[in-house]
Design a protein around this ligand. Structure first.
Ligand code: 5AD
Ligand code: SF4
Length: 444
């Protein structure tokens, strides 16, 4: 690789989960601190970071085609850094296959990007997929201006080893960020304009730490402390594992008014044999019991989950159990996926991989049921009054878009501004969003 001029502009493209969105923002802040500015919309950037996802489907192939697409008409390419979970899983391979890439950096090492850029400018390619003992968080710059709803990583990694999942390999072992660091970041986010914070982690409800007085606390205790920030109006958390739904966290849904009535608790399948084969370590029954207990303290809770259809060996009858579970729960919204073998995971080499056509058909049936329930949940909201956190302008003039407490998208017209919490009456329900009428606005 020949030496190249130092980059003046960057673009970060994040794929996949909310953690990647968060990491992408932090990388952007880090690059800005180096004096590199965001490339204007529609213009080429000198440095492109592809922040990749490895959880499903042909993630790696997609990265190679994205790299190819970055080539300019004159044959040159920007400086390219591949970050995220594909970088972690296939770092050396990317270097070998894609000469246009000069940096490969894993999710736990991206605070070292500035040094890697200096190497790249000098003509040296670098791979860093370490999971260093020093955490990246301490090395990242303070949060800049943020929108009204911000993510905050409190926990990373996973020790659960579900047999289909690549996360324990790409994100490493479960770690909880220290309490004081999280509180300081939350304070800074609120100062920068956040009214809502979503605490994120691959197993966010496994977070544990010590509060300011040295007492052991869990996510419920953390949410209680954050609720004391006067300008923070809403707290959410995602993604949770059923086994880490502690009594305290369930109770928090009843007694922490800033904790929003929404729970994303993936179940993956509705059959105990399949759950065992997935190494989920909960049963259908134990999962449903948790939901009952949450509903007992917060009857209006909106429930959400993730599903995988076509796990190796899943029979038609076992899949029918998943549909039964969906009927029993009545989810407000869900994510559902076809099983995708991830290299290196136990399920990838299991017998009885399910043919694609069978998976397609099962996914269609599952999604029809989930869409039906989502629409029903939205329709049942019509007539309710609630606060909406205004996140952006809508498509029509004078229209605003925001989120209800139950994480539904709500559009309404009237006097408002981004970051306002307005009271609306929900008057119309579609499958994916609701229409509201402004009841009270903080603006005269
Ligand atoms: N195939 C399909 N879906 C998967 N997920 C994780 N790994 C796989 C896989 N190999 C889904 C799970 C998880 C969500 C983030 O992605 O449902 O909860
Ligand atoms: Fe993957 Fe299971 Fe860990 Fe979730 S709990 S990240 S699905 S291994």
């Amino acid at each position: 690789m020949r030496p190249t001029p130092a980059p003046r502009t960057y673009r970060v493209k994040s794929f996949g989960c909310q953690m990647n969105v968060y990491d992408g923002e932090r990388m952007a802040e880090l690059l800005a601190q180096q004096g590199i500015t965001a490339a204007p919309e529609g213009e080429d950037a000198d440095l492109v970071v592809l922040n990749t996802c490895h959880i499903r489907e042909k993630a790696a192939e997609k990265v190679y085609s994205d790299i190819g697409r970055l080539r300019r008409d004159d044959g040159s390419s920007p400086l390219i850094a591949v970050a995220g979970c594909v970088a972690q899983a296939e770092g050396e391979e990317i270097m070998a296959r894609a000469p246009a890439v000069s940096m490969v950096v894993g999710p736990q090492a991206y605070h070292r990007l500035p040094g890697m850029i200096a190497e790249a400018v000098a003509g040296r390619r670098a791979v860093d997929t370490d999971m260093p003992a020093e955490t990246k968080f301490g090395a990242l710059p303070a949060r800049r201006k943020v929108g009204p709803s911000a993510f905050l990583t409190v926990q990373e990694g996973c020790d659960k080893f579900c047999t289909y999942c690549v996360v324990p390999y790409t994100r490493g072992a479960e770690i909880s960020r220290p309490f004081a660091e999280i509180v300081a970041e939350a304070e800074r986010l609120v100062e920068a304009g956040a009214r809502e914070i979503t605490l994120i982690g691959q197993n966010v409800n496994a977070w544990h730490g010590e509060d300011g007085k040295g007492r052991a606390i869990g996510l419920d205790g953390l949410a209680r402390v954050l609720a004391d920030l006067p300008d923070l109006a809403r707290i959410r958390y995602t993604t949770s594992h059923p086994n880490d739904m502690t009594d305290g966290l369930i109770a928090a849904h009843g007694d922490n008014p800033k904790l929003m009535p929404f729970l994303h608790l993936p179940v993956q399948a509705g059959n105990d044999r399949v759950l065992r084969a997935m190494n989920r370590s909960h049963t259908v029954e134990s999962y449903l019991r948790i939901l009952d207990r949450v509903r007992a303290v917060r009857p209006d809770i909106a429930l959400s989950g993730d599903f995988i259809v076509g796990f190796p060996g899943e029979t038609e009858a076992e899949f029918a159990d998943t549909l039964k579970l969906v009927d029993a729960v009545g989810y407000a919204q869900c994510f559902s996926f076809k099983y995708s073998p991830r290299p290196g995971t136990p399920a990838a080499t299991m017998a009885d991989q399910i043919p694609a056509a069978v998976m397609d058909e099962r996914l269609q049936r599952l999604q029809a049921a989930l869409n039906r329930d989502q629409h029903a949940f939205n329709q049942a909201s019509v007539g309710k009054r609630c606060t909406v956190l205004v996140e952006r302008k809508g498509k029509l003039p004078g229209q605003w878009l925001g989120k209800s407490p139950w994480l539904q998208s709500v559009h309404f017209a009237g006097e408002a501004a981004i970051g306002d919490l307005v009271e609306v009456e929900l008057v119309h329900a579609g499958p994916n969003s609701l229409g509201g009428a402004l009841v009270a606005s903080p603006r005269p």
